[in-house]
Design a protein around this ligand. Structure first.
Ligand code: HEC
Ligand code: HEC
Ligand code: HEC
Length: 453
């Protein structure tokens, strides 16, 4: 196997971070002021202080609707904390959202600005927001590999991760090892095929004895870069995630890790190789640690990364146009950063109602348990239909789409996103260009084609 080594330094990041902190303080103060004048915090934090007219019968309904939709789209609580506390790292998605509003003056809503004279963003205010978003993006999120022109892009080139190669080798074997399942029929790779974009291309994965789960399998490629794992974020790390499938009754179906350890220990060759790397021996923690270490190598740079690193010929003219449209249609306020997603939970179906429009069949398990995303973990109304934003790397290969796996083709997935996640309308020709761009996100090493396209 190819061994990935640490190829990047953090020199550039350090250079930028070492600027005078007073810049950040001034910018924080300016941005707080803009958010205050614009009424942003009123509609975008839960402890909203509604204005006096909110108690008027008609205004009441309009305003509470605005606050609900505003909160669904963007909770600024954490951003507010970052503006008060210099030590906190702002979220990459918050940065992209604020930048988008500053560039396009879409907020505050017209009906609000009509009543609150002076609430609309004036150029100086927009510029203050843009100075803040640029600084914070570059300090915290720009990759050292990014070309100078691309440092303030919402999407950033992917980077390799330092790994322990001995652990990686064990992890790779375990990832492909059928003994992790109760009847030795299923390995991680059964559902996360590395030749098929890190997924199984099924609506729902099939576990032992042909059992089906209730949610579409995301890719293992680049999963390391997600801020949490699973659609509902129930695992915080890859190692924690890897402890799930072996004991999941519809996936690998083991009673306990003891059962797996016994099988692996019976293999003298494997177990002595294992002990040479992990002196503590084969345990749940060492198994999942090795798998997680291996997953850190499943990183897939594409032509788009070469483009962000400064090779302007790496993309075709239509792909570049597609990228510009991807930003224009607000895709890059949720699908951000190195992983082009995976940095926040976002409400699915912000506009319209995906759920009642859905005509494709979904399983009972989906309807009962998986359909509401993060809500399953927190029970909070706010988290209903909120999902970890999927990464769009290799998305051309990872069909079918959405948590319910109901959408076969990428073009349809893009149209649905415009319809349910943005306030915009799109022409077919623009959808096509975005799709062309998304194809350029397929990793150089795994390029194959979706037969459904
Ligand atoms: C009266 C309530 C209200 C105020 C005030 C308000 N918003 Fe919003 N905001 C909304 C609503 C409603 C949405 C949902 C999308 C839509 O209807 O455009 C939204 C969506 C957003 C979004 C996500 C969509 C996008 O356009 O990028 C951002 C970011 C945002 N607001 C930022 C701001 C900022 C910054 C301010 C202050 C300058 C602000 N909002 C003021 C209600 C408000
Ligand atoms: C039976 C099919 C199946 C098997 C076997 C399986 N997975 Fe998965 N995997 C899934 C499904 C389905 C999900 C999504 C579940 C959810 O989000 O609730 C998932 C989610 C993940 C994720 C999270 C990715 C993300 O973007 O959130 C990772 C990482 C992962 N699996 C790795 C593994 C590893 C490692 C193994 C072996 C120990 C494994 N999987 C075994 C089907 C499978
Ligand atoms: C407000 C945040 C937000 C915006 C804006 C947004 N997305 Fe998404 N996107 C999501 C979420 C959340 C999901 C997961 C939805 C689900 O499966 O329930 C998703 C899913 C997807 C998927 C399916 C991925 C998969 O593996 O199943 C594609 C493709 C996609 N988005 C593309 C886009 C494009 C293109 C745009 C711009 C037109 C866009 N998104 C705008 C949040 C967003």
């Amino acid at each position: 196997m190819s061994v990935l080594v640490l190829i990047i330094g953090y020199i550039a990041a350090y250079r930028i971070t070492n600027q005078a902190p007073s810049d950040q303080l001034t910018l924080n103060r300016q941005v707080s002021k803009v958010l205050e004048t614009g009424g942003c915090m009123m509609c975008h934090t839960p402890s909203a202080h509604l204005p006096f007219y909110a108690s008027w019968p008609i205004a009441d309904k309009l305003i509470s609707q605005d606050v609900k939709m505003g909160m669904d789209a963007f909770d600024m609580t954490y951003l507010g904390l970052c503006l008060k506390n210099n030590e906190l790292r702002p979220n990459e998605v918050d940065i992209a959202k604020l930048e988008n509003v500053a560039q396009n003056a879409t907020m505050p809503p017209i009906q609000y600005a009509a009543v609150h004279l002076g609430a609309s963003l004036v150029p100086d205010e927009a510029n203050a927001l843009l100075a803040w978003t640029k600084r914070n993006r570059i300090v915290y999120y720009t990759s050292p590999l990014t070309s100078k022109d691309m440092m303030n892009e919402p999407l950033q080139p992917i980077t390799y991760v330092k790994v322990d190669t001995a652990k990686v080798e064990l992890g790779e074997d375990l990832f492909n090892d059928l003994r992790l399942s109760a009847d030795s029929t299923i390995s991680c790779a059964s559902c996360h095929g590395l030749k098929t974009g890190g997924v199984d291309n099924k609506q729902y994965s099939e576990g032992i004895r042909g059992q089906k789960g209730g949610i579409n399998a995301p890719s293992v490629y680049n999963a390391y870069f997600n801020f949490v794992q699973f659609w509902d974020g129930r695992a915080l790390t890859l190692a924690q995630q890897a402890a799930g499938p072996p004991l999941n009754p519809v996936e690998m179906g083991c009673e306990s890790f003891a059962e797996i350890i016994e099988r692996l220990e019976a293999d003298k060759e494997f177990s002595s190789r294992f002990k040479a790397v992990y002196p503590e021996g084969i345990t749940e923690l060492t198994i999942t640690d090795a798998i997680a270490e291996y997953e850190k190598t499943l990183i897939t740079p594409s032509r788009f990364d070469a483009y962000l690193r400064g090779d302007s010929c790496a993309l075709t003219a239509s792909e570049i146009q597609g990228y510009e449209l991807f930003k224009k249609f607000d895709c890059a306020i949720c699908h951000v950063g190195k992983n082009i997603g995976g940095q926040s939970y976002e409400k699915f179906s912000l506009q319209g109602d995906y759920y009642s429009d859905r005509t494709h069949r979904v399983s009972d398990a989906t309807l009962n348990v998986e359909d509401n995303g993060r809500y399953k973990q927190t029970g909070l109304d706010y988290d209903k239909n909120r999902f970890k934003v999927p990464s769009l790397r290799n998305v051309a290969l990872t069909y079918p789409y959405m948590h319910d796996g109901t959408i076969q083709n990428l073009s349809e997935a893009v149209s649905k996103m415009v319809l349910y996640q943005t306030v915009k309308k799109i022409r077919f020709s623009d959808t096509d260009k975005i799709v062309i761009f998304l194809h350029a996100l397929t990793g150089d090493s795994i390029a194959t084609k979706n037969p459904a396209e």
